[in-house]
Design a protein around this ligand. Structure first.
Ligand code: BYC
Length: 316
């Protein structure tokens, strides 16, 4: 007989009733670990995700574009910070989380290991990457863990602005010169498959999905969300007048969904395991930024120490 304790039964029954689990509540160790893993990977993705777009701030084609891109990249920093805070409620420190990123131990989304080669890539990142992020993250607003679910509400509102600014960049390019439209098509060619990979391995190869769904951390499977993304995106590509690079893509009347070709999972794992086009560059940029910020951390610690001593003196 399985040794399920009453604590575990109460915990699962709260989840089954769609009650939120809060930081102070009892939770199985494996639930805590799964959340730390997912939330911290998510936080790292937001922070590393600033790099491919930050790269274009100085080269945005107009002041209006520059302002929107700057605001978007700052939003991503904010998302990273809420998510690190949500992970900290589970009993891990910010330092430990950053160490895991900088030592290469922690994962972050595969998508941020590709280069942004042209201005159209900034449109494609907003449209496809933020579009995929919204599809994945709206259900996370109903995640069973309260602090993560609440952080996701604001993140999703901002992601929806990001998606629109990306789509509008591509709409402008697609209504521009033939060269501009060609640039948009080239960006779609390069970003399409990596965007589909963002949802993670197929359900049969996803070791964490079943347990995460029982715990209502995940509400839909990787494949379900990927299919929804394809169904949402194809009509948008048709409005732009550009074509996704998949000869097998076809509307299926019977299922009411688009059929699409097979994802190259070897490519996906290659990138996840550190061998994508930009993995080394991305990690090096984060480590350098952290090292360059050490004087700020030291100054803040010294100031806090001084302030604490002053309070002690005045109390005495
Ligand atoms: N890239 O059992 P599975 C953003 C890993 S931020 C790398 O399905 P799970 C944005 C997975 O971690 C986008 N690794 O796992 C930011 C696991 O490895 P470990 C990030 C991936 O957790 C700035 C293994 O594969 N979004 O949108 O049930 C600008 C097996 O996978 C990937 C989030 O983080 C991947 N794509 O499901 C613009 C959302 N996929 O940990 C936009 C929150 C899978 O065993 N996260 N792996 O070593 C999630 O929803 C889930 O963690 C995932 C994966 C759907 C990603």
């Amino acid at each position: 007989m399985n040794n399920i304790t009453s604590l575990e039964l109460n915990f699962q029954s709260a989840i089954d009733k769609d009650e939120k689990i809060e930081a102070r509540d009892w939770m199985p160790d494996a639930y805590r670990k799964t959340l730390i893993r997912q939330i911290s990977q998510h936080a790292h993705s937001e922070i590393v995700g600033m790099l491919p777009e930050g790269n274009w701030i100085t080269r945005a084609p107009s002041l209006r574009r520059k302002l929107a891109l700057l605001a978007k990249v700052q939003d991503e920093a904010g998302h990273g910070l809420y998510l690190y805070s949500a992970a900290e409620t589970l009993g891990i420190s910010r330092d430990e989380l950053l160490d895991q990123l900088h030592s290469g131990k922690a994962k972050y989304s595969s998508i941020f290991n590709y280069p942004t080669l042209t201005w159209a890539d900034i449109g494609a990142v907003g449209w496809l990457v933020d579009g995929a992020a919204i599809m994945n993250q709206v259900p996370l607003c109903r995640c069973s863990y309260g602090p993560y679910a609440r952080a996701m509400v604001r993140v999703c509102k901002e992601e929806s602005f990001h998606q629109r600014q990306g789509y509008e960049i591509l709409l402008t390019l697609c209504n521009g010169t033939p060269e501009q439209k060609e640039m948009a098509q080239d960006a779609l060619n390069r970003w399409w498959w990596p965007s589909l990979m963002m949802f993670g391995p197929s359900d049969g190869d996803s070791p964490h999905s079943a347990q995460s769904m029982t715990w209502k951390i995940k509400r839909f499977s990787n494949d379900e969300l990927r299919q929804r993304f394809v169904d949402m995106t194809i009509p948008q590509a048709e409005i732009l007048g550009i074509t996704v690079p998949d000869p097998l893509l076809k509307w299926n009347d019977k299922t009411g969904h688009y059929d699409f070709g097979t994802i190259n999972w070897d490519d996906f794992w290659n990138v996840v395991n550190g061998n994508g086009p930009c993995n080394k560059e991305r990690l090096a940029a984060r480590v350098k930024a952290h090292e360059n910020g050490s004087w700020v951390r030291e100054a803040a610690t010294a100031y806090a120490e001084k302030h604490k001593n002053q309070v002690k003196v005045s109390v005495a």
